[in-house]
Design a protein around this ligand. Sequence first.
Ligand code: FES
Ligand code: FES
Length: 169
Amino acid sequence: MKNEILETKDGLFTVTVMVNGEKKELPVRNSESLLDALRRHGWKGTKKGCDTGDCGSCTVILNGRPVLGCLTPAVTAHNGEITTIEGLGSVHEPHPLQEAFVEAGAVQCGFCIPGMILSSKHLLDNNPMPTEAEIRKALDGNLCRCTGYVKQVEAVKKAAAKMARGRKK
Ligand code: FES
Ligand code: FES
């Protein structure tokens, strides 16, 4: 059974969420975005770029779909499941997408990469062997000010091949 959202005395709301597979109770402000709430509670891999829904750097997966954290009120994530970049892999055990982005030279400053990787993960979870057009469509909301949107596409193809070889996590 789902929990009711609780309002605490100081005007905060306690949202119950699964973040990267762990149950958390997060106090959030009524007006706070999911992006700000995640960052304030330590998931700083979720990047704050424009804060107006234009750049995609704040992308996280909420209940199986990529969402823009800056446009998603944190209270609406109550009882939801969230995946942030921290949930994919680690330096010692990277996700195939993380490996592929590095191997393809798709990372320059890195600011856009968490959002790009989460959009790519959603794509590959639903379409394990996408065409180039499908990859470009999946990434069209993720802006990058450093690169030419070529190596990221190569990276997603590379990750799809790695995952097809049985490295899927
Ligand atoms: S920070 Fe959310 S879209 Fe740019
Ligand atoms: S690598 Fe710098 S914004 Fe994309």
